[in-house]
Write a new protein. Structure first.
Length: 315
C-alpha cells in the first residue's frame, strides 16, 4: 500500500521559484539602465510569494471542497475533511491578506497603475484556481502562467523600480528589456506549468481535468515544451543583439544554460518511468529561478551605474 502524504506536502512550495525568478528577471532589466532598487524589488518579491502561495492554498481548498479528486489521487490524508478544508481556507486567506498589505505599500510607491495590476492579479488568480471551472483545469491554464509571471510580474517589477525615484519623468526605453524578458519568463513558466499536466496526465483525465497536455497528448506536449525552449532562447539572443549590450555573449549565457536544462528535461520526459515524472516538476520550476537569478547577477554587474540617490548603512 502506497504511503499517504500530509496535507501540505502536495501544495508544491517549489512553484514559488517561478514567481521569484520572474521578479529577479524584472529587477535584472531595471539593472541594465541603472535603475534597480532594493526596497521595491524586495516588496515585489514578497508580494509575489504571498500571492502565489495564497493561490496554491486556494486551489487545494477548491479541489477538496468541490471533490475534484486531486487530493484523493495524491493520497493526501483527510481523516477530518472538514478540518482540512478549514485549514486550507484560512491559510489562503492569511496569504492573500499579507499580499494585500504589501500591495498597498507598492501602490504608495508606484501610484494608481499598481492598484490596477493588483486587482487584475487577484481576479486572474481567482479565475485560475477557483470558480465553477478553474482555468488550471483547462488547456488555458498555461496562458494564465504566461500572463501573470511574464508581462504582469516582469514588466511590473521593472516599471516600479524605474519610476521609484523618477516620478513621472520616465524614459520608456528603460522598459524595453523587460518586454523581451517578459516573453522569455512567460514561455519558461508555460513549460513549468506544462510539466504538472504531463506528470498528472492519467489522473487528470480520470478527474475530468483537461490540461494542455490532456488535450493534445504527451507526445505533442513534449514537442511544445522543446519548441518553447528554442523560442525563448531566440528571444533572448534577439534582445541582446537589438539592445547592443556588448557583453561578448555573456548576456546570452543564462538562456543557453536554461535551454540545456530544458533539453535534459525533455529527454527525461521521453525516457523516465512514469512514477518519476513528478521529479521533473521541481527542476522545471528551478529553471525559471535560475534564469532570473543569472540574468540579475550578470546585468547588475555589467549594467549602467546605479542612478539611485538612496543609500543604505551610510554607503
Amino acid at each position: 500500500m502506497a504511503k499517504q502524504a500530509s496535507l501540505f506536502s502536495k501544495v508544491r512550495f517549489s512553484s514559488l521559484m517561478m514567481g521569484i525568478g520572474a521578479v529577479l528577471a524584472g529587477t535584472a532589466c531595471a539593472s541594465l539602465s541603472g535603475n534597480s532598487e532594493l526596497i521595491p524589488a524586495t516588496l515585489c518579491l514578497l508580494f509575489v510569494v504571498f500571492a502565489q502561495q495564497g493561490a496554491n492554498f486556494y486551489y487545494r481548498y477548491h479541489d477538496m471542497s468541490r471533490n475534484s479528486g486531486g487530493h484523493i489521487d495524491q493520497r493526501i490524508i483527510s481523516k477530518s475533511k472538514k478540518g482540512s478544508i478549514n485549514i486550507l481556507r484560512e491559510c489562503s486567506f492569511a496569504m492573500f491578506l499579507m499580499a494585500l498589505m504589501i500591495g498597498f505599500t507598492l501602490a504608495s510607491m508606484g501610484g494608481w497603475w499598481t492598484i490596477v495590476i493588483g486587482i487584475f492579479t487577484f481576479l486572474a488568480a481567482w479565475m485560475t484556481c477557483g470558480g465553477s471551472n478553474p482555468l488550471l483545469r483547462t488547456p488555458f491554464g498555461v496562458v494564465c502562467s504566461f500572463i501573470l509571471f511574464g508581462p504582469v510580474c516582469v514588466i511590473g517589477t521593472c516599471l516600479l523600480q524605474v519610476i521609484h525615484e523618477s516620478g513621472e519623468r520616465i524614459d520608456w526605453s528603460y522598459l524595453v528589456p523587460s518586454f523581451y524578458m517578459a516573453v522569455v519568463i512567460g514561455l519558461m513558466c508555460i513549460n513549468a506549468t506544462l510539466l504538472y499536466g504531463y506528470a498528472n496526465y492519467t489522473t487528470d483525465l480520470r478527474n475530468s481535468k483537461v490540461t494542455l497536455v490532456g488535450a493534445v497528448g504527451r507526445k505533442i506536449g513534449r514537442y511544445i515544451f522543446l519548441i518553447n525552449g528554442f523560442i525563448y532562447t531566440a528571444v533572448t539572443v534577439g534582445m541582446c543583439l537589438q539592445l547592443h549590450l556588448e557583453l561578448n555573449g555573456v548576456d546570452m549565457l543564462p538562456s543557453l544554460i536554461c535551454l540545456i536544462i530544458d533539453i535534459y528535461i525533455w529527454w527525461q520526459m521521453r525516457t523516465r518511468p512514469r512514477y518519476q515524472y513528478h521529479q521533473l516538476i521541481d527542476l522545471g520550476n528551478f529553471n525559471v529561478l535560475l534564469m532570473g537569478l543569472l540574468s540579475y547577477i550578470i546585468f547588475e554587474i555589467t549594467g549602467k551605474p546605479d542612478l539611485s540617490n538612496m543609500t543604505f548603512f551610510g554607503l
